[in-house]
Design a protein around this ligand. Structure first.
Ligand SMILES: CC(C)(COP(=O)(O)OP(=O)(O)OC[C@H]1O[C@@H](n2cnc3c(N)ncnc32)[C@H](O)[C@@H]1OP(=O)(O)O)[C@@H](O)C(=O)NCCC(=O)NCCS
Length: 342
């Protein structure tokens, strides 16, 4: 077996290139995510192109055995926050595993990271108990957080669950793209309560939300063609945003949306505002974007309240996934002394 690793340019890739990537993903997902619905070609390519918020860009390398695609690594460099981290996503064709390809992809993917100011390597979405966990342990990664993946299939949902009015004294407000000037300051303040969510041992840093940071995130979404929807609950007496949820839909991904941060600020918890604001988001989304059939969200595995709220809204828990972290220095020493390949 002669494995070659090559850079992959998403902008100049042909349909045949994407088809090969899609086939690799289908083969890998059948083993790693057997619970997940099969991902169609358009959705797959859309996901590859959908660079998440707060990421400057991504680099991809592919592994080939006699010209055949057998693996890939996607490396993303967060900006503004988490600027010491590089997030890697490695995939190897199941029939080609345990031949050192995943490790080689990691080594190539981490080259040059130090020069880019990165010294922490993060892996996300690794199926607990799967090949990725064994591999990450072997390479010295530490599991820093357990996450549950929850998905809502719109076609299977009972829309009446979402008919929840805000309690007396609270008002629902929704916007796409730009927060209204009279709410943006308290919206920014409320978003900072996301820090109360359990974070495990993860070094992940949430943004410090200010009006400026909110406007920056809105511009960022607009520039990337991302539809950025926000539903909030305003406490009428104080005129403050006290609950919020954010949902994003990417331009190349017509049928999937991502439920992002949801927050209820302290002092207003326990009044059903989380369920209310998420239900409002689903009413709004299904009315305006009927083609979206799947909504995906990630929640810390020990965040029982949020998991329960999601169940109430119609999300099902699909699987537990791990976030792992390693010091770049430690990985480099493994490449240097050959430990990674023994
Ligand atoms: C994780 C993954 C990329 C590893 O690819 P790979 O090419 O099989 O990995 P390697 O051959 O480089 O494995 C190196 C060592 O890791 C360990 N390892 C790999 N898979 C393992 C498993 N399933 N169980 C236990 N240890 C494992 C072994 O020690 C292996 O060396 P050995 O085969 O000589 O014993 C591949 O399993 C995969 O695509 N998984 C699904 C996606 C994923 O979880 N990616 C995580 C990275 S972000």
């Amino acid at each position: 077996m002669a494995i070659s690793i090559l850079p992959f340019d998403i902008d100049s890739a042909s349909r045949e290139d994407f088809t090969e990537h899609h086939e690799l993903a289908l083969a890998a997902f059948a083993v790693d995510r057997p619970d997940a619905p099969l991902i169609d070609f358009e959705t797959f390519v859309g996901r590859l192109r959908a660079i998440p918020p707060g990421v400057a860009g991504q680099r991809i390398w592919t592994a080939h055995d006699e010209g055949r695609l057998v693996g890939s690594v996607v490396v993303q460099l967060p900006r503004l926050e988490n600027t010491r981290a590089a997030v890697v996503d490695i995939r190897v064709q199941p029939a080609m595993r345990r031949h050192g390809i995943g490790t080689k992809l990691l080594q190539v993917g981490t080259e040059g990271l130090r020069e880019a100011g990165r010294d922490i390597v993060v892996g996300r979405g690794i199926t607990a108990g799967g090949d990725g966990e064994g591999w990450a342990n072997r390479l010295g990664f530490a599991t820093v957080q357990k996450i549950v993946l929850q998905t809502l299939q719109v076609a299977e949902s009972d829309y009446t669950r979402w008919e929840i009015a805000p309690p007396r004294g609270y008002l629902l407000v929704q916007w796409k793209g730009t927060a209204p000037d009279d709410l943006v300051e308290s919206y920014a303040g409320a978003r900072n309560s996301i820090r109360d969510a359990p974070a495990g041992e993860s070094g992940y840093q949430h943004p410090v939300w200010t009006v400026e940071r909110v406007r920056h995130a809105e511009d960022d979404a607009r520039n990337r063609g991302v539809e950025h929807r926000v539903s909030v609950i305003v406490h009428q007496e104080s005129k403050a945003v006290v609950a919020l949820t954010v949902l994003e839909a990417f331009p190349h991904l017509r049928t999937t949306a991502f439920q992002q941060d949801t927050v209820v600020v302290p002092g207003h918890r326990g009044r059903g505002l989380g369920r209310c604001v998420k239900s409002a988001m689903m009413r709004w989304l299904t009315a305006e974007r009927p083609e979206i059939g799947l909504v995906v969200t990630n929640t810390a595995a020990d965040n029982n309240f949020m998991i329960q709220v999601n169940h109430d809204v119609g999300y099902l828990t699909r699987r537990t996934m791990l976030t792992v972290e390693a010091d770049l220095t430690d990985l480099e020493s493994r490449w240097a002394d050959g430990r990674a390949y023994r």
